[in-house]
Design a protein around this ligand. Structure first.
Ligand code: DC
Length: 652
């Protein structure tokens, strides 16, 4: 259906905005299909999810002799078999679809017949012993064909008798309880289930009870420990049933809105939803995101402050959407903890280990516990990290969010999203606001304001190119000094500027092939640079050379006239400054650090004089443009200044 390449390179994003129609819920689709097949009468199902896991259930039903007709793209009709599958023997392959494997095992064991159930190798590593133990208590004939406690399974006809309460463990997977609940009405007799251990993922059991009720079976429950299936219960088709949008799938888009500005609206789930994962929106709200909900939609926007708050949350009730929160944690203002998520270990892959490994790849510091993750957001996102997806759709989908850090990210084996959301990446692109290839962040400001350090670091974190425009003036000055040209000689200096042979390689700056990074910073060159920079013809000669740095991933341009003259169309303009006293103190520290003797008084005087000269100069005078954000770094650390620029960039 969707042919994906071996990997997808998602481009750096500047934000997220828009709305997305959600695909149908996987949990509701597969439960509804099975209930419709078991019911008396035909059921028309609207908006069924079209994905691998649902296809596995449809294939299985067809092998069991159930007639399913497509009635147009979004509508199918299932002919109910009244609890007796037409085919009493079948070999069923269920891939890695837990929502098909567990309920079918229970339903077929109770309905009776000779069935073999198997899946992909990972399915054979996912425990099912607790369910089999439950089924054996009522006389079901279930045998392990491989390892004890795991699929594949062989089922045989049996005499089902329900006398005692059936005891089933609830602390490994709630699907065991779901499977038993759905199968027991087939006995026609009443039954009681007692849950042993703390029941996890309760909202999924609520989905089960809700859908069983729609098909005419009302299960009573006492807390979350005792469930009573009434005697004489049997499934009856409700005629029509509508599958709501998938709330777990919604989580990626809502998180995108909370991280990338928003608003992002998902259509297909809302206030009336029966899915527990709609609670993900509440979790986002706790992080400071602005969330709104309608009957059939949910919308998320970034916090007013721009930054999501660090969190420490028990996420047992939303294990799937919690993965999205793990990636959202990368964007929080401090370390986050996701607690009570041990069930991750028995899902499509060992999600605790896998998430920890992949989060580290983008730069996070992660502590992996038995049932928790502690995630410290990256100081700098690693551009272009290659994310492995472990044949786990949710890993592929949640890591797309990394692109919102403004860095490209590679998703290996993106086709695994077909399990629940085949066109995920197309819909994600729909709400993505691309960071245009020619995006420029201009950082202007007076000398010694620290803008060079901040600009360089912002560029590194975004994976952008970096333009140190001051170095160009220094190069012209050095060339002039070496060629015996007077740095105030307009014509000769501008000729040198036009003919300049230079290159920027990481930290090295080359002039005529020679590394001049050191000599460029000397006082002699600085003084000459300030003279050549005052010549209109030199400035003009360097203009196109500076503009040529644009292109590729994006550019951070550092210099006093970057936003005002060179890149007036920059996506973000920052005027970075500090009080003259602070700048003098920084310069003083810098010089002393280099072992150069200095005195604060003259440094301050020098800075004040330079400011006055720069502001008064005829060409490209130092000034803050109206559309530049003022960043006064007095009292800020470099890290705080960098974060502020990155926040402004993401909120644009
Ligand atoms: O930022 P810096 O100290 O390396 O700059 C060297 C000189 O060039 C300094 O005198 C300021 C001047 N300059 C300029 O006029 N315009 C720019 N865009 C960058 C630097």
């Amino acid at each position: 259906m969707n042919a994906y390449p071996p990997f997808l390179d998602l481009p750096a994003l500047a934000g997220a905005r828009g709305s997305v129609q959600l695909p149908g819920s996987k949990s509701i689709s597969n439960r509804t299909l099975l209930l419709a097949a078991l019911a008396e009468g035909d059921t028309e199902i609207h908006d069924l999810l079209d994905s691998d896991d649902v296809q596995r259930m449809l294939d299985a039903l067809s092998r069991l002799g159930v007639t399913v007709d497509a009635q147009g793209a979004q509508r199918i009709r299932v002919q109910g078999c009244g609890g007796r599958f037409p085919n009493r023997e079948a070999d069923l392959f269920l891939g890695n679809a837990g929502t098909a494997f567990r309920p079918l095992t229970a339903a077929l064991a109770v309905a009776g017949g000779r069935y073999r159930l198997s899946g992909v190798p990972r399915m054979h590593e996912r425990p099912i012993g607790d369910l089999v133990d439950g089924l054996r208590q009522i006389g079901a004939d279930v045998r392990y064909l491989g390892q004890e406690g795991f699929p594949p399974l062989q089922l045989g006809p049996a005499d089902i008798t329900v006398r005692e309460p059936i005891r089933v463990r609830g602390d490994v997977s709630s699907q065991f309880l779901t499977a038993l609940l759905m199968a027991l009405p087939l006995t026609g007799r009443g039954a009681v289930i007692e849950v042993v251990g703390e029941l996890i993922s309760r909202p999924y059991v609520e989905i089960t009870l809700n859908l069983m009720r729609r098909f005419g079976v009302d299960v009573g429950r006492e807390g979350w420990t005792r469930f009573v299936v009434p005697a004489g219960a049997g499934y009856r088709s409700p005629g029509h049933i509508h599958v709501e949008g998938d709330a777990s799938s919604a989580s990626y888009f809502l998180a995108a809105g909370a991280i990338g500005g928003g608003p992002v609206r998902v259509l297909g789930v809302g206030k009336a939803s029966i899915q527990g994962d709609v609670k993900f929106a509440d979790a986002l709200a706790q992080l400071g995101a602005r969330v709104a909900t309608g009957d059939n939609w949910i919308e998320a926007r970034a916090p007013r402050s721009g930054r999501l708050r660090a969190f420490d949350l028990d996420l047992n009730h939303i294990p799937d959407a919690a993965m999205t929160l793990a990636v959202t944690a990368l964007f929080a203002d401090g370390p986050c903890r996701l607690r009570n998520i041990a069930s991750w270990r028995v899902k499509e892959t060992d999600r605790l280990a896998a998430m920890a490994a992949e989060l580290r790849k983008v730069g996070a510091v992660v502590e992996e516990g038995m049932d928790y993750l502690r995630i410290a957001p990256p100081a700098a996102f690693v551009p272009g990290a290659a994310i492995d997806t472990y044949d786990d759709h949710r890993i592929a989908m949640c890591f797309a969010l990394v692109a919102l850090a403004g860095v490209p990210v590679r998703i290996n084996d993106p086709g695994c999203v077909a399990k629940t959301f085949p066109d995920f990446f197309a819909r994600f692109a729909q709400i993505s606001v691309a960071a245009a290839a020619d995006t420029v962040i201009a950082i202007d400001g007076p000398s010694a304001s620290g803008k060079g350090t901040v600009a360089r670091e912002v560029a590194r974190r975004l994976g952008f190119a970096f333009l140190d425009s001051g170095a160009l003036y220094r190069l012209v000055a050095l060339k002039a000094l070496r060629s015996g040209v007077d740095p105030t000689d307009d014509a000769r200096a501008s000729a040198l500027a036009r003919a300049l042979e230079c290159a920027f390689e990481d930290e090295r700056i080359l002039l005529d092939g020679e590394d001049v990074s050191g000599v460029l910073r000397t006082e002699q060159v600085s003084a000459a640079a300030s003279r050549v920079a005052a010549l209109p013809s030199v400035r003009h000669a360097l203009l196109e050379r500076q503009r040529a740095f644009r292109g590729g991933a994006g550019l951070v341009a550092d210099g006093r006239d970057m936003g005002s003259v060179v890149f007036p169309d920059a996506a973000l303009k920052v005027y970075l400054t500090a009080t003259p006293e602070e700048r003098a103190a920084r310069r003083y520290k810098q010089l002393m650090g280099k072992g150069i003797d200095a005195t604060l008084g003259p440094l301050l005087q020098d800075i004040n004089e330079r400011d006055a000269r720069d502001a008064a100069r005829a060409v490209a005078p130092l000034r803050r443009c109206d559309d530049a954000k003022l960043l006064d770094t007095t009292g800020l650390t470099v890290e705080q200044a960098v974060q502020q620029v990155l926040d402004w960039y993401r909120q644009r």
